[in-house]
Design a protein around this ligand. Sequence first.
Ligand code: ATP
Ligand code: MG
Length: 607
Amino acid sequence: MSSAPHTPAAPEEGTTKPSNFLRQIIEHDLAKGTYASRRWAGSPGDAAHHASASHDPAKIRTRFPPEPNGYLHIGHAKSICLNFGLARDYDGVCHLRFDDTNPEKEDTEYVDSIIDAVKWLGFDWAQIGQAPGSAAPYQASDYFDFMYRAAEALIERGHAYVDEQSPEEMRTNRGDFSRPGIDSPYRSRTPAENLARFREMRDGKLADGAAVLRAKIAMDSPNINLRDPAIYRIRRATHHNTGDQWCIYPMYTFAHPIEDALEQITHSICTLEFEDQRPFYDWLLERLIEAGLLAAPAPHQYEFARLNLTYVITSKRKLAQLVNEGKVSGWDDPRMPTIVGLRRRGYTPTALQLFAERIGVTKSDSWIDYSTLEGCLREDLESQAHRGMAVLDPVKLVLTNWDEVMGAGHLEPCSLPALPHVPEGQPEPAAREFTIGKEVWIEREDFEEVPPKGYKRLFPGNKVRLKGGYVIECTGCERDAAGQVTEVHALLVPDTKSGTPGADSVKVKAAITWVGVADGVAAEIRLYDRLFSDAHPDAGGKDFLGSLNPDSLKVVTGYVEPSLAHAEPDQKFQFERHGYFVADRQDHVKGQPVFNRAVGLKDSWGK
Ligand code: ATP
Ligand code: MG
């Protein structure tokens, strides 16, 4: 309850962000002027395109390059916060780039959702401080012409050849960690022969898989990625952007460095599994700068550890499986670790930015505890989310002396503050107004006919306060044939209304939450829990579907006070004693409330 509100986007005066190895590299490059000579023609392009332009107003350029084949998840959020955050902090710009060189699956649904996710997280590519930023989003497939030209240049300079070994032969002849590779019989073709053959590949004269273009580096390199990697393959597929213009497509390892260079990226930040690709990244860009095709200095690749979060899977393919097999209601199911899912669950951009900042960036893989993510949401909502009372497991409480004391049918207005502590500089929100009458809803667990030891809530003879209302004294209950309590009975203690003089004259040991029967509104409340019961659901190739938590969603009908019932969709609240809840973005309608539990009040993950 005591933690200060945290605003990661705007650190307080005098505080600095925790440093990390990437910040150190960037600060070093800025001090040395590594990229000071760069020019920027206002759009991506080759050496000639940038040559006559003026100096790049962006001190650094980073990029976030998702493949538009699914919805972004919490791992991507880490990468977005990192890349856009660094650009923001160092007067740079971060390019959103769709890595759509693979003609397979691509969908405008995914493209739109990615743009939405980046903007929702609070980032922009159109501005560098006050200056115009980039015209992103860029599409890697717009660079196909250049990539083809780069491939021909490599061939002409003896740096690439068309290999027509079978895929099996290529695999065998690549060797392994203990065995050097064996040169392909096609490796000694002349540039002229290779050029002619490559053009035949392009012109559709060869079948899919009949040949590949390979970089000519070294078949005995200790780094297997340098053993003449394939850079173009034949694949007859219609591309969403270029249609049937191409039947050859660049390999990712060839396309990616070129995309970075055309966009004048300075710091190309990726996850650790690409570390072994870095020598090829550098080799390729050096060759193309030598050939005069790309502007120097070349971008440089840096690797950081991907996010691994307990109880969560972060693979678009596996998340797609959950959606396609109906294990969840969709990409935005509030149990999904997708950005749309987290958003629907009640996560805020501030909470996700805070999370990214708190976990930092490192060079070694580790697991982050799910409670860290939840802690960030609590920290953001604690000072912001308006309070409200909701009864999730309702039983009716009847104040049997109400008619006598207050008058039959009387409803007494009550009010409580929306926030217990208003953050400095924020206006005080209007108080919540509700009424108390003869009947109110209380939590079933707040009554015990025979109280267990230490029980302080309702039992015959005991007094409690109805929070924000009156002190009441319990007299008993009614049960149905099955023994289930159907009504709890109590007497109103007059002159004890909260906020009136004398309210404290009667001492009680507990205050309970409640909602008036007259003005409370029935609400669908979705109680979410972790989607998997295994902390590492897909580690070591495990079948993650085997550890789906059967109780990850429980839907109850409860009652909420009027201020909650008339919430806007997406508005977040603290339901007193129950946790943080959000009015569902899809299904909540004012007056017909639907709430999702975002997170409990306390960390329950360790238990
Ligand atoms: P997936 O395997 O889920 O498809 P991906 O890495 O193939 O993930 P891309 O769309 O290619 O997905 O990723 C875009 C960017 O997001 C990449 O630069 C990648 O490094 C980063 N990224 C993806 N997953 C994570 C993660 N778990 N932690 C940090 N960064 C990630
Ligand atoms: Mg991928």
